[in-house]
Write a new protein. Structure first.
Length: 163
């Protein structure tokens, strides 16, 4: 068992930088990197759902459609019209909990799913989060209401000495 010795933040940063420089990242064989998003515009008194697929490299829309529902079957049909489930696809979504299941059902083994880092950062800094993601539950335990990352980070004994 190795002992953990107190170290300054410069020492930790140097060790981290060295480990990152030595890391070997295998090339990713992906035919598509797409972003999936939903918006909820209202047309008159009726609620509509705008489903959008964006190409990562060109930032151009692959598909943009209005639907009456945004249930899993509608999402799968939308994906089926515009993406091939037999090719490896990297999909970036916001933090909506049902996306993972829908995408796994559609792509199977050909899916690489990533949550949007912008949404994740917003969720971490946000004072109140009501989602069911495990990372947010842990964050809420560590940082109660009315705290954010900058004020609450000093309350975690494991990392307080690193600051």
């Amino acid at each position: 068992m190795e002992h953990i010795f107190p170290q300054g933040k410069d020492t930790i940063l140097r060790a981290f930088t060295d480990s990152v420089e030595e890391a070997v990242v295998p090339p990713l064989e992906v035919s598509h990197i797409v972003h999936y998003d939903e918006q909820f515009p209202k047309r008159g008194r009726s609620q509509k759902y705008r489903l959008t697929l964006l190409d990562h490299f060109t930032a151009q829309p692959i598909a943009d459609e209005l639907h009456d529902k945004n249930d899993p079957d509608t999402i799968k049909k939308f994906l089926g019209r515009h993406l091939d489930p037999n090719t490896v696809t990297f999909v970036v979504t916001d933090l909506y909990p049902s996306y993972s299941g829908v995408l796994e059902d559609f792509f199977g083994e050909n899916l690489i799913h990533q949550f949007c880092l912008l949404h994740l950062n917003k969720r971490i800094v946000n004072d109140s989060c009501n989602c069911s993601l495990q990372v947010c539950k842990i964050f809420d335990l560590q940082f109660p209401q009315k705290n954010n990352l900058s004020t609450g980070i000093n309350k975690i004994p494991a990392i307080k000495h690193l600051l």
